[in-house]
Design a protein around this ligand. Structure first.
Ligand code: UDP
Length: 237
């Protein structure tokens, strides 16, 4: 496996080509952004935690029947993944009201839902990632109806797996964001990352936030929260 030219630099990761056209290398950075890039900072050690946590969770998801882009962890910050074209949807699953949901619908943070919700945002920085429904996504050719159904099925499977995994760790899974991609043969697989950057994780006993909200809301102790949640994840892997 040979690392070739950098293809892309995003907010939290860099992506490199390899000598295999079907494979890429992602490299996780410590850079953090929030509010569509308006707030910028660094969370020291975050890249290592997110890389290792995401890889561990994706391997377990793969075993429980959700196909993922994970191929091989190369180092603390670098992983080989399958090359996909990203479906431009942020797929958000919620178990408890928080963040933009609470704001949009005037629901207090912490309201526990009877069953999980799934929603989509159209990944488009210029438009500010607007909410989009299934019909709209199909109408503007973001995905086919079958692909949307597959994505929802996988997203709910991921939720069931993550909920019980985090419960063992003494952590409540509030909500999270997934991204899916399409391989060259058209298969939908889970891509991007699963980490404290993309999940809301609350300590089950104290309700303490152990995720990126500490950065977004200037709560302090960001690095400690990431380290703690990683320690618990590795203890229960
Ligand atoms: N999320 C994310 N990237 C985004 C938007 C949201 O990873 O660009 C995650 C976020 O960390 C949370 C969940 O998706 O776990 C739901 O976020 P929400 O829609 O409440 O938006 P926010 O309040 O984070 O703006």
């Amino acid at each position: 496996m040979e690392k070739r030219e950098q293809l892309y630099e995003g907010k939290a990761k860099k992506v490199y080509a390899t000598d295999n056209p079907e494979l890429l290398i992602v490299s996780y950075k410590d850079d953090a952004t929030a509010f569509n890039g308006l707030k910028k900072g660094t969370i020291s050690g975050k890249g290592v935690i997110n890389n290792q946590m995401s890889n561990m969770l994706m391997q377990k998801l793969e075993e429980s029947g959700v196909p993922t882009h994970f191929v091989e962890e190369l180092s603390e910050r670098e992983t080989v993944v399958k090359r996909v074209s990203i479906v431009p949807l942020e797929v958000i699953v919620r178990n408890i009201a928080a963040g933009s949901f609470s704001k949009r619908y005037g629901v207090p943070e912490g309201k526990v839902f009877e069953k999980p919700t799934v929603e989509f945002s159209y990944k488009n920085d210029d438009l500010g990632d607007p909410l989009i429904n299934d019909y709209h996504a199909i109408a503007i050719d973001i995905a086919t109806e079958t692909e949307i159904e597959t994505i929802k099925e996988y997203a709910l499977k991921v939720n069931e797996f993550l909920k019980s995994f985090w419960k063992k760790c003494g952590v409540t899974l509030v909500d999270f964001k997934l991204e899916f991609g399409k391989t060259s043969d058209g298969t939908i697989i889970l891509a991007d990352e699963i980490s404290p950057d993309t999940c809301r994780l609350w300590d089950s006993k104290t309700g303490e936030k152990l995720d990126k909200d500490r950065f977004r809301r200037d709560l302090g102790g960001v690095e400690d929260a990431y380290t703690e949640v990683m320690r618990r994840a590795m203890e229960h892997k």
